[in-house]
Design a protein around this ligand. Sequence first.
Ligand code: ADP
Ligand code: MG
Length: 680
Amino acid sequence: MRMRDVPNIFGSMVFNDAVMKARLPKEVYKALKKTMEKGTTLEMSTASAVAAAMKDWAVDKGVTHYTHWFQPMTGITAEKHDSFIEKDGVDGAIMNFSGKSLAMGEPDASSFPSGGLRCTFEARGYTLWDTTSYAFIKDNTLCIPTAFCSYSGEALDKKTPLLRSMQAVEKQALRILKHFGKDDVKRVIANAGAEQEYFLIDKDAFLKRPDLVNCGRTLFGAMPPKGQELDDHYFGSLKARVADFMNELDLELWKLGVYSKTKHNEAAPAQHELVTIFSAANIATDHNQIVMELMKTIASKHNLACLLHEKPFAGVNGSGKHNNWSLSTDTGLNLFEPGDTPHQNAQFLLFLAAVIKAVDEYQGVLRATCGSAGNDHRLGANEAPPAIISIFLGNELTAILEALEAGEKYAAEGACTMEIGVTTLPKLPKDTTDRNRTSPMAFTGNKFEFRMLGSAFSTAGPNIALNTALAEALRQFADVLDEADNTKKAVATLIKDTVKNHKRIIFNGDNYSDEWVDEAKSRGLDNFATTPEALPVLISQKSLDLFERHTVFSHPELTSRYEILLETYHKTLQIEALTMIDMVKAQIIPAALQYQYTLSKLMNRKEALSEGVDASLEKYILTKVSNLCKDMLVNLQNLEKAKTKEAMDALRNTVDQLEAYVPRDIWPLPTYAQLFSSTN
Ligand code: ADP
Ligand code: MG
């Protein structure tokens, strides 16, 4: 492929609008568009015509199978492949794809986590075609994006509640916009844009580490002499193997209509980042899933392993995912963009106030959606935001809000009395808003960047929480405005009161500092250090009420999600502990014994050879190694008794010390230094 062909290959594997227009009968196209845009039910005759056209298009590209592609609660995607093949009634076969097969599938739901929602006698689940997301071809298979629900209609996936949350925030935002005279706005879209971090190492090295294979992270490994101290990896030039991988990844993503935009080396050795251009949150979530999946499969083709775990290596930065979030209208407005006129400013400030209120009131819920065993290694560990939620607005915007609250002059260039809806905001220079890299939720000029997500996360959960919390704040504002005689005054009061009641959530300082932890405590902000502490917030009455009111989750749906997240957390720790035990018994102990045997043989031979030959080095090392082995045995037995984090840390500690003494050719695992340079 020549690079100037990119516009031609972009989206070539997507059944997108252009393909639909070209391949569908006019009436069918119109009916489908109506369903896509207005959510109207689709006639079976339309579905049949679409299915036939999809199949013809796919078969032209060499496709033989189709799958309902969905996002169960495992956090990754699932697919079950069926071929288009049917008997032709004689001896041959025809390729067929019916409207019914397109519209609905019935995978057995019993092997997907349901958190108690599904009893075995109703194990059936349904996948339902999500017409808002285009079908695409991946690995010679036609993928139909679908929602996944139980026999009795409860959502068993991440997509359904995400779509519901987008509807909820849209509904309330439209109510607000009416009060600003925006009658031409018919749709409000919640957007997301993900920045994805990941590690790449050589696959052969990867396969030699049961901890990486089982758990996605190293459970042992002494710090190498050189880690990320020199900061020489960040934005450094790409290694040839890595560049080849990235080129193929870009190409395959572009074919699937994913706007892969930016790629670079990240802070830690062997760490990289890929950024896609933002889109509607459901599409962004689908696309981020595709990004993560293709990273893994394309890496494998290059004999590389892609690590999406939040903390593959102790001692160097782990991987996160930044979720850039905004609301826009079908008329091209970004509702988080400060405007040029007093009227636009008032609207911007009201939406800003709603975000401040939403994040403050549902800080625990937002924190909980970023909880996982993997992300617990990052949050609060001075490489990622703390576990405390706060919003960074920048000094200028904060000063403006404070002036509004106090009804005072905003003292800056072009100083003016801040009267909402009357005076124009001073132009906010965008670059000053983005300097704080330590904030979990930073306003970056015309969007919020939510930075607490782990690299392995689906973006669905945090966006569901952001959209729904904002929907609730906007609902309360709209209720007030609906009753108000003087809209301008009511808007001013809402903004003022919100700043007064919720300004504790605004913090522009260093989120990594110890002072912030104390300060946040005195402000009464939540600080859930670990996932088990954070998760119960999800099933608090306040949270259950929020999601039920906006019909995003019913109580049973939310409770089941809580159960799944908690269970996944505990299972992950259990698997890690068992993997450690296994590695120590089957790999580390044999290596340590072998080395001790060699040392003692050497020592005895030397001493036997002639008196006075010095064997003090052998003796010294043998003593060291055997003492460490003694500790290792105690720590191993402790871990076998109680699989706690402390016991895991203790065992790791002795094994990592041992690693320093045992020769590389005996040590059974590739070391950190070897892993970091394995793609050279
Ligand atoms: P930075 O490098 O400062 O984090 P970028 O400008 O590179 O910011 O953008 C990062 C991500 O934010 C990209 O995915 C981009 O598409 C997305 N983004 C930009 N504008 C918006 C917006 N209005 N709403 C949501 N995401 C956005
Ligand atoms: Mg960013």
